[in-house]
Design a protein. Sequence first.
Length: 175
Amino acid sequence: MSTPGVTISQVAIVVHDLEATMAAYHRIFGWGPWQVIDYTKLPHHGTTVRGTPTDYTMRTAVADVGGIQFEIVEPGPGASQYREFLDSKGEGLHHILLETPDGQAATMNELLRAQGIPVLMGGAIGNLLDYAYHDAADELKVTIETTDVHPGGDVGILTHAMSEYPPSHGVDPEE
């Protein structure tokens, strides 16, 4: 079974120190600006690990790199697949986010389920989106993330949880 047009929209690493890693990528490659999201400041709910309801948090930073989003994840309190990954493998490549041509996460989730690839972890952010991480390590050597953004979801919930690196320090972009 093949699914033509499946694309990678994000590559993500898991780290112990988000700020230090983000600063290193910015210093070495000039990547940025980074959009930093603190999930403790979001309506982050419905979180599960291997199907069991589990409270966990994280902080993430994303930057566009050549049309693909590069994400850095620092796990917060709570048992999560991110924490398990750090404890068993250390810092490094954790997941890729795959999308279908129609943008429907359900299509990708069905494809993965049909291949016997289980969900490791998932959750939701307000009414904005649902996400899931699938354990494709045996066959594909990486975890696969899927997201389902809900039309009409409240994007404004992200505002108070986001910051930017490097900070603009109040510089007027029109000057």
